[in-house]
Ligand binder design. Sequence first.
Ligand SMILES: [Zn+2]
Length: 330
Amino acid sequence: MKEEAIRMKLRIAPALTILGVVALASAPAAVAQEQSGAMQGHQAVLQAPDDLSPVDGEDTPVHIHLTRDARPTASKGGLSTEARRTANMTYHGGKIMPSAATKAIFWGASWATYTGDKITGLDAWYAGFNASNYSKTGGEYTGTNGTTNSGSSFHQGHVIDTSAATGGGSTSAILAEVCKVITSPDPSGNGYYPVYTDVKRGNAGYCAWHSAGSCGGKPVQFAFFFNLDGDAGCDPADTTTGHSQGLAALANVTAHELLEAMTDPASPGAWYDSSGAENGDKCAWTFNVPSVVFPNGTRWKVQGEWSNAAYTAGTGYANSSGQKGCLDGH
Ligand SMILES: [Zn+2]
């Protein structure tokens, strides 16, 4: 989910560059951007190499996965916000991820003694995602560097960092964690590093988000996840797969974030609709079947992902606005 009229700001630090960070028009950032004249449409990048100091709000994540009840359903003129969107997504000039090298990061002190199914389960999720029919729901989008043709991925396992985790309010804090524990990012720039923290969501209106940046000059994609145990706002209500509730919730938002990262990874953006919704956003919290099977035999209750081709052909299932463009590959 991206906000309209967002303000994009590129911060340049010696070993740590954030490319996907948007400040929600906080006053100092907005002033700097007006002066730069660099704003162009949705995801313009501000070149401000002289601005290295933190400004309140400039790290605010923008590609957020809203909770079930925070979805934009407010009525205006008899149509929901979503119904007034264009159905299909359009291309905005950026790169896509032709493949993904994934490595999960479990961050937080409580992972040291964790004995549940989330770590093994998410490793199985990522391993099973490769070449799955589910992954191919994101396989039609072309960017400057190729096409998301197969949704192919390679899972490199996980790393556990038992230092104290931070919440999702700062993209630079999560990027710093990624750069700390991923010492050799994927050399092709297709690294995707999801950070699963042990921090509870509290009052945040989102379950997770994705962003992009670089570690030591190498482009990386990354994502942030709260601990969703017992969190009804981010729960897919999986009653058939046998996974713990916490794993089931993470698996569903994991699907959302990875497919969005593949189709709209960085700045400038690639594929999203007229209100800034990416392929995961457009089908969020809609489930076509009780579970989807991955090639490694694992089953997951995962939302569908928007397909322009399916919508045009009338072969998708309906999102929450009744637009039939969602696919889950089942
Ligand atoms: Zn999203």
